[in-house]
Write a protein that binds this ligand. Structure first.
Ligand code: NAD
Length: 436
């Protein structure tokens, strides 16, 4: 029997639907809305890479600038086998909104290469990274579009990309890309920033909820950069991290895990293991092996999707038992699932707020690169905490004022700010009036 044809969802079109709910409260001019429905610019490139075997393989990459009215485009570069243009456009759109929520002087952009980086050697990865920048060098720049890391791209990759761009332009240009290693112009605190931003959101929410951290159970899907940092901070605060996972599956332990031990072993061995380490000595602890699907359905207080998009859909939304979901991943749930969970009373801290710590410290890195003057980690964290607090409160206040969920509150705030910038360039009413 032949398989039914696969229906591919247009992630960008889906993402735009968030605007509909917020439109009503943001007072956005219809012309501004129309502009946001069309990315400013899209580039697709082919990147030939000499593999270690001697053969040449050609990879496809994308860069999308969604809207640059509030400032240069800003957004990460993702290396993943499922990267496609619609996803990159959706991610660029979210960046426009995220930068506006955080009140950063940026528009939104995103890039990606369709590749499984785990299948490349380190030398192939470097050649691919440099090759991609070679192809998009005229499209990006400190005043045009500033990339950063995303899924499966690291500070070292950002360093290679900055170096390649600088060579091509004949001038060292650290502000072209953020998330670089510290010795190459990175900012202290950037690596931990996304997890730390999510942690501040949870602390703000804790105040409203009146939680005692010791009694709060947390499950985290994805134990990479963002997942590990939020886990570490929550663990240090007394929160009980009962489940974590990576692409291979997850582990669950009712009594909670000792997060520094998990991080140490995961980063040393690339394996997620239920361990407790005393110094260099690590011992296994009792834990259940669970699948990524099971992790999402655990009865916990906080669920943190911190891996990929679209993991909560209508297939599993009614099985979700978490009271609060903190979206560290971009777009971890479909619109329908979001509506169902919101109706059920699940409190969702949306991605464009919850994971905005990363772009905020990327902004700090860009500012430091341009000034040639570098801040202490303490200064970075202090500034980040203030920005997260201000953004959370603004979103919370809007959600209270209009009696809407936090996602609608966040989009309302974003649209207000983007709308002000777009309408400052004039609308039909202005031109008709002057034209007479
Ligand atoms: P990362 O590559 O460091 O980690 C990703 C983690 O997800 C890894 O542990 C990987 O094993 C796991 N994973 C991959 N496929 C999975 C699957 N199918 N099921 C479960 N786990 C899976 O990436 P990151 O930087 O931590 O980013 C994670 C998410 O956070 C992404 O959605 C990214 O867009 C978002 N985000 C990251 C940043 C940042 O600054 N790092 C900023 C904003 C948003």
């Amino acid at each position: 029997m032949s398989k039914p044809p696969q229906v591919t969802r247009d992630v960008f079109e889906e993402a735009l639907k968030h605007l509909d709910d917020a439109m009503e409260y943001a007072g956005l001019h219809p012309e501004a809305l129309e502009r946001l429905k069309h990315p400013n610019a899209v580039i697709q490139v082919s990147i030939p890479v000499r593999m270690d075997s001697g053969e040449t393989k050609v990879f496809t990459g994308y860069r999308v600038q969604h809207d640059v009215t509030r400032g240069p485009g800003k957004g990460g570069i993702r290396f993943h086998p499922e990267v496609d243009l619609s996803e990159v456009k959706a991610l660029a759109f979210w960046m426009t909104c995220k930068c506006a929520v955080m009140n950063l002087p940026y528009g939104g952009a995103k890039g990606g290469v369709t590749v499984n980086p785990k299948e490349l050697s380190r030398m192939e990865l470097e050649r691919l990274s440099r090759g991609f920048i070679g192809r998009i060098a005229d499209f990006i720049g400190p005043d045009k579009d500033v990339p950063a890391p995303d899924v499966y791209t690291t500070p070292m990759i950002m360093g290679w990309m900055m170096d390649e761009y600088s060579k091509l332009k004949g001038a060292r240009t650290p502000a072209v890309i953020t998330g670089k290693p510290i010795p190459l112009g990175g900012s202290l605190g950037r690596n931990a920033a996304t997890g730390r931003g999510a942690y501040h959101c949870i602390k703000e929410h804790e105040l409203h909820r009146g939680w005692n951290p010791q009694e709060v159970r947390v499950a985290i899907q994805g134990f990479g950069n963002a997942g590990q940092h939020v886990a570490e901070l929550l663990d240090a605060d007394g929160y009980n991290i009962v489940a974590v996972s990576d692409s291979q599956g997850g582990i669950y332990r009712k009594e909670g895990f000792h997060i520094p031990s998990l991080i140490k072993v995961k980063n040393d061995s690339r394996q997620l293991q239920a361990v407790y380490c005393d110094g260099a000595l690590c011992e296994k602890v009792d834990a259940d092996q669970i699948s990524n699907e099971e992790l999402l359905e655990l009865e916990v207080d906080i669920l943190i999707p911190a891996a990929l998009g679209d993991v909560i859909t209508m297939e599993n939304a009614d099985k979700i038992r978490a009271a609060t979901i903190v979206e560290v991943a971009n777009g971890p749930m479909t619109n329908e699932a979001d509506k169902l969970l919101t109706q059920k009373g699940v409190y969702i801290i949306p991605d464009i707020l919850a994971n905005a710590g990363g772009v905020t410290v990327s902004y700090f890195e860009w500012v430091q690169n341009r000034a040639g003057f570098y801040w202490s980690e303490e200064e970075v964290y202090e500034k980040l905490e203030k920005r997260m607090h201000d953004a959370f409160q603004s979103v919370y206040n809007l959600s209270q004022e209009h009696d809407v969920d936090m996602r609608t509150g966040a989009y309302t705030l974003a649209l207000k700010r983007i709308g002000e910038a777009l309408t400052a360039q004039g609308t039909r009413e202005f031109f008709n009036h002057n034209g007479g």
